[in-house]
Design a protein around this ligand. Structure first.
Ligand code: CP
Ligand code: NVA
Length: 321
């Protein structure tokens, strides 16, 4: 069934999100998320219908950290809808160092129509959104990765047709990707089991906020330290790197602490028959995931990567169209 029908959305024409920015999944309503999914499906099926949707609009891409997927998909997404991008390399000087984040926002809003920012501090993206009158999209911070998690849930919906009756297991570090997956699960009413080593659990504030939404949505969020228990009976097994960007110096120490959390064929054998493996990428084979899993038919990592394009086009269209 088309996603638009599944969620009872009568028409996509003229629809907007209830928020001016996409800094996090937390402020989105369930209807916003469903609209993003329905719009992403429409754009994926008929991209030519949206070829002029952002004609004449410009998106600024501010990146303090490296990127393959986020940078390329926002660039291709924008140009495939008739717009253009300007890339601001902030790998040397962090946002706010040469001039205040507020001044960056107050300048950019005079020239461009939207901003994607990938920063270390989540506060930098929040400040941009606070001071810029144009939409600001979080392209990953140390705390959150909302475009990734929205894409992951879209990919799950595409694969399984529903979020109901699925156990979703996340194994590894309680990091930015994990936090946004928690935010999404809470809104969508998913059953999400997270297994991390002790001391690497997700942020308490994010979990407790999610638990408030879970009461309404029927979501179940379990945080534990046993990967086998998390994966047992799961339809989806997800992992991310053990050392995120900015934590490179901890790579070896973390590899030792996380050794029992590798998603390998043995761990996958506890999942449900037909379970899929997911990873936001970039992946480190032999660390968080074994080649026998990520390179197997169970792996849908390249579908996730492709869907970054469609979901982010939907976000751009809904915020800037
Ligand atoms: N998954 C993801 O955001 O990839 P990049 O870091 O390459 O953008
Ligand atoms: N947790 C990872 C995600 C990369 C897309 C990082 O922050 O480096």
């Amino acid at each position: 069934m088309p996603i638009q029908m599944l969620f009872g959305i009568e028409s996509l024409a003229g629809k907007k999100l209830s928020v001016p920015d996409l800094v996090s999944i937390h402020p989105l309503t369930l209807q916003d998320i469903q609209l993003i999914f329905a719009m992403a499906e429409a754009i994926k099926e008929a991209p030519a219908d949206y070829a002029a949707a952002l004609k004449g609009k410009t998106l600024a891409l501010i990146f303090e950290k490296p990127s393959l997927r986020t940078r390329v998909t926002f660039d291709v997404g924008m140009t495939s809808m008739g717009g253009s991008v300007v890339f601001l390399d902030h790998s040397d000087a962090k946002l706010g160092e040469r001039e205040s984040v507020r001044d960056v926002a107050r300048n950019l809003e005079r020239w461009v129509d939207g901003i994607v920012a990938r920063t270390y501090k989540n506060k930098s993206v929040m400040e941009l959104a606070e001071h810029a009158s144009i939409p600001v999209i979080n392209g990953l911070t140390d705390l959150l990765h909302p475009c990734q998690a929205l894409t992951d849930y879209f990919t799950i919906l595409e694969r399984f047709g529903s979020f109901q009756g699925l156990k979703f297991a996340y194994v590894g570090d309680g990091n930015n990707t994990c936090h946004s997956l928690i935010d999404g699960a809470a809104k969508l009413g998913m059953e999400l089991w997270i297994a991390t080593p002790e001391g690497f659990e997700p942020n308490h504030r994010i979990v407790s906020e999610a638990e408030k939404f879970a009461k309404e949505s029927g979501a179940r969020i379990e945080i534990l330290n046993d990967p086998v228990e998390a994966v047992r009976g799961a339809s989806i097994v997800y992992t991310d790197v053990w050392a995120s960007m900015g934590q490179e110096a901890e790579t070896e120490d973390r590899a030792a602490v996380f050794a029992d959390y590798q998603v390998d064929s043995e761990l996958m054998s506890h999942a449900r028959k037909g379970a899929v493996f997911m990873h936001c990428l970039p992946a480190h084979r032999g660390y968080e995931v074994a080649p026998s899993v990520i390179d197997s038919p169970q792996s849908i990592v390249y579908d996730e990567a492709e869907n970054r394009l469609h979901v982010q086009k939907a976000i751009l269209y809904l915020l800037m169209g």
